[in-house]
Design a protein around this ligand. Structure first.
Ligand SMILES: *[C@@H]1O[C@H](CO)[C@@H](O)[C@H](O)[C@H]1NC(C)=O
Ligand SMILES: *[C@@H]1O[C@H](CO)[C@@H](O)[C@H](O)[C@H]1NC(C)=O
Ligand SMILES: *[C@@H]1O[C@H](CO)[C@@H](O)[C@H](O)[C@H]1NC(C)=O
Ligand SMILES: *[C@@H]1O[C@H](CO)[C@@H](O)[C@H](O)[C@H]1NC(C)=O
Length: 402
C-alpha cells in the first residue's frame, strides 16, 4: 500500500513537472516597447504552443506589446491538451482605428478547446473611432476587441479590457465558458462598446466582474442557453439587456439580416448584480417584427438598482425611428421570467414596465419581493403592464399591475 501511494505521488509530481511547457513571446521576437509590432511573434508562440503535445503556457511578460493588425489564433489543428495565455503586460492596438476597424475582431480565437486567458490588459484604443462616429461622418463599425468563436472550455480570468472600438468581448457558438474577475471599461459616451456580447452559446458563466461602457454591460443575443451571471457590477452604461436580434448582422441598422427563424434564449440566471445610474436594469427587448424566437426561463435575483431609469423592463414594441417595423407586433414569446428581490431606486416614475407583445403575450411572469422607490421621494413609483400575465407575491412596491 505504502509503495503504491509513493508511486502515485511520484507519478503526479513528474507528470506536473513534465506535462507543461512554457513559451515566452519575447523568445519569438515580441518586444514590450509599445512600438514594435509583435503580431508575428504572438502567432509563432501560438503555433508552437498549439503544436506541443503537452499542456502549453504562453507567457507575456510586463510591458506594452503592439498588435498592429488583427490576429487570429486558430485551434483546429492543435495537439496540446490545453493552452494558457498568461499575460502580465498590456496588448495595444494602433492609435489609428483604420488598422483593425474592418477586420471584425482585433484578437480572434477560432475553434479552440481548453484555452485559458489569464490576467493582462487589452487596450484597443478605440477613441479615434468613437470621435469619427460621433462626428456623424461615415466610419467603419469597428472591431470587437476579443472574439471567441466555435470554441469549448474557455476560461477568461482577471482580464481587463479597455477602450474597445465595438464590443469588448464576444462569444459566438461557444460551449462551457467561464469569465471571472473580468474588468471592462470605456467612456460612457462611446458608441456600441458593449461589455460582453453572447450569441448562440451554451453554459457561459460570468462571475465577479465589473463593466462600465457606453452600451450594454452584457447583451444576450439569440440562441443562448444555460447562462449564469453572478455578482456583476454594471454602470455607468446601459444595463443588461436581452436583444433578441443579432445586432452584428445589421438589425441595428435596419433591414439586413432579420431572421424570422431566430433560435430562442433559455435558462438565464442573473443573481447579485448591481446597476448604478444605467439607463436599463434587467431588460428584455425584442423588435416589433415577426419572429419565431422566444425567451423561456429567466431568473433575475438579488439585484440592486441605484438610480436606474428602467429598472425592470420588457419592451416588445422596439422599433426605433419607426423604420422597417411600423404597426408590426413582435412574434417573440416570453415565458417564465422571475424577478425575485429586486430593490433600490428608479430614476423615473415607472419602475416596472412590462410591455409585451399583443400577438404573443408574456406568460408566467413572477414578481416576488420587488421594492423600488422613485428617486423623487415625494412621489410613489408605478408599474405598467400590457399583454403580461403572471403573479406577484411578497413585497410589491410599486403595486403590481399583473
Ligand atoms: C520571458 O522573457 C522576459 C524577457 O526576456 C523575461 O524578463 C521573463 O523573465 C521571461 N519569463 C519567463 C517565465 O520565461
Ligand atoms: C506546427 O506544425 C505545423 C504542421 O505540422 C507546421 O507547419 C508548423 O511549422 C509547426 N509550427 C511550429 C512553430 O513548430
Ligand atoms: C440552467 O443553467 C444552469 C447553469 O447556468 C445549469 O446549472 C442548470 O442545470 C440549467 N437548468 C436546466 C433545467 O437545464
Ligand atoms: C439620477 O439619474 C438622473 C439621470 O438619469 C440624474 O439626472 C440624477 O442626477 C441622478 N440622481 C442621483 C441622485 O444620482
Amino acid at each position: 500500500m505504502k509503495n503504491i501511494v509513493f508511486l502515485v505521488i511520484i507519478a503526479l509530481v513528474s507528470s506536473s513537472a513534465s506535462s507543461k511547457v512554457t513559451y515566452n513571446v519575447t523568445s519569438f521576437g515580441a518586444k514590450g516597447d509599445g512600438n514594435t509590432d509583435s503580431t508575428k511573434a504572438f502567432l509563432s508562440a501560438w503555433s508552437a504552443a498549439c503544436n506541443s503535445t503537452k499542456s502549453a503556457v504562453i507567457y507575456v511578460p510586463t510591458g506594452t506589446f503592439l498588435l498592429a493588425t488583427a490576429i487570429t489564433f486558430a485551434g483546429e489543428r492543435c495537439q496540446s491538451s490545453s493552452i494558457t495565455i498568461r499575460i502580465y503586460g498590456t496588448l495595444v492596438a494602433p492609435f489609428n482605428y483604420a488598422a483593425i476597424a474592418n477586420s471584425g475582431d482585433w484578437i480572434r480565437f477560432h475553434r479552440v478547446n481548453h484555452v485559458t486567458i489569464s490576467g493582462g490588459t487589452l487596450d484597443a484604443r478605440g477613441g479615434s473611432l468613437w470621435s469619427c462616429k460621433t462626428s456623424g461622418k461615415s466610419c467603419p463599425s469597428g472591431a470587437t476587441t476579443l472574439g471567441i468563436y466555435n470554441s469549448k472550455n474557455i476560461v477568461i480570468s482577471g482580464l481587463k479590457s479597455i477602450n474597445s472600438q465595438m464590443f469588448h468581448i464576444l462569444l459566438d457558438a461557444c460551449t462551457n465558458a467561464r469569465l471571472q474577475g473580468v474588468s471592462i471599461s470605456a467612456s460612457g459616451a462611446s458608441p456600441n462598446t458593449d461589455g460582453i456580447h453572447l450569441i448562440s452559446s451554451n453554459g457561459v458563466t460570468i462571475l465577479n466582474s465589473k463593466i462600465a461602457t457606453g452600451d450594454d454591460c452584457i447583451s444576450i443575443g439569440p440562441g443562448n442557453s444555460n447562462l449564469w451571471i453572478q455578482t456583476v457590477a454594471c454602470g455607468p452604461g446601459h444595463g443588461i439587456r436581452y436583444a433578441l436580434c443579432n445586432i452584428l448582422f445589421g438589425c441595428s441598422i435596419g433591414s439586413l439580416g432579420w431572421e424570422l427563424d431566430e433560435p430562442g434564449v433559455q435558462n438565464i440566471t442573473v443573481t447579485m448584480a448591481t446597476f448604478r445610474g444605467t439607463q436599463n436594469g434587467v431588460r428584455i427587448k425584442t423588435w416589433a417584427r415577426a419572429s419565431h424566437g422566444f425567451v423561456t426561463g429567466a431568473l433575475f435575483q438579488h439585484v440592486t438598482m441605484v438610480n436606474v431609469s428602467n429598472p425592470i423592463i420588457i419592451e416588445q414594441r422596439y422599433c426605433p425611428d419607426k423604420n422597417n417595423c411600423p404597426n408590426q407586433v413582435s412574434g417573440v414569446k416570453i415565458k417564465d421570467v422571475v424577478y425575485d428581490d429586486i430593490h433600490g431606486t428608479s430614476a423615473t416614475k415607472v419602475a416596472v414596465k412590462l410591455d409585451c407583445s399583443q400577438g404573443n403575450p408574456c406568460s408566467g411572469i413572477r414578481l416576488k419581493d420587488v421594492n423600488l422607490n422613485y428617486v423623487r421621494g415625494n412621489q410613489p413609483a408605478v408599474s405598467s403592464c400590457a399583454y403580461a400575465a403572471g403573479t406577484a407575491s411578497g413585497i410589491s412596491n410599486p403595486t403590481s399591475c399583473l
